[in-house]
Design a protein around this ligand. Structure first.
Ligand SMILES: O=P(O)(O)OC[C@H]1O[C@H](OP(=O)(O)OP(=O)(O)O)[C@H](O)[C@@H]1O
Ligand code: HPA
Ligand SMILES: [Mg+2]
Length: 179
């Protein structure tokens, strides 16, 4: 295990089981719809690629890179677009794929934008939901698991750009933040 990790919250196997459950729900709900699956970079990259592998059906994928945390553990409150979609969402059934919904600001921003861009439908699949972090009122349609109000890393989630590559999700040792 990475020496900076205090404890593992979800193992690789836990995550695989969550992904299989979510994929089955999505496959059933989107049958015949060819949804546009939008991966929110960078955090959702591992989750999205594992999730779509479990959905044996027509769908399209695209990527949007937004950021509001920088190298901090507290949201700056300002969502910045770093890379926009290549695909038009107009008339599409959009499924936003997120790694975590925390304050909800990122999701609110994206949902408002896709609404303005006239998507036919907008739903959200998040691996993790941190309800105690919420600042704006927003919720996901598909939630992998609820997490406590702790800063989590691994499986796409970073602290100062590290730990995204870990195959599990865990909590950092407090001394890592003090460095
Ligand atoms: O609900 P919120 O408080 O808005 O937080 C959730 C968002 O924050 C993280 O992204 P971040 O902005 O750190 O960019 P990253 O995915 O590139 O790490 C995470 O991946 C979500 O997209
Ligand atoms: O708990 C978190 N970990 C990593 N990135 C995040 N972005 C929002 N919340 C988190
Ligand atoms: Mg981040």
């Amino acid at each position: 295990m990475n020496p900076d990790i205090l404890k593992v919250l979800y193992s690789r196997e836990d995550i695989q089981a969550i992904n299989a459950r979510l994929a089955a729900q999505i496959k059933a709900d989107y049958a015949g719809k060819n949804p546009l699956v939008v991966c929110i970079l960078k955090g959702a990259i591992l989750f999205m690629t594992d999730l779509v592998r479990e959905i044996d059906d027509y769908l399209e994928i695209d990527f949007m890179d937004v950021s509001s945390y920088g190298d901090a553990t507290i949201s700056s409150g300002e969502v910045k677009i770093i890379k926009d979609l290549d695909t038009s969402v107009r008339g599409r059934d959009v499924l936003i794929v997120e790694d975590i919904v925390d304050t909800g600001r990122t999701l609110r921003y994206l949902m408002d934008m896709f609404q303005t861009r006239q998507a036919n439908s907008i739903k959200v699949c998040t691996l993790m939901d941190k309800p105690e972090g919420r600042v704006v009122d927003v919720s996901a349609d598909y939630v992998g698991t609820k997490v406590p109000n702790e800063f989590v890393v691994g499986y796409g989630l970073d602290y100062a750009e590290r730990y995204r590559n870990l195959p599990y999700i865990g909590v950092l040792k407090p001394e890592v933040y003090a460095k």
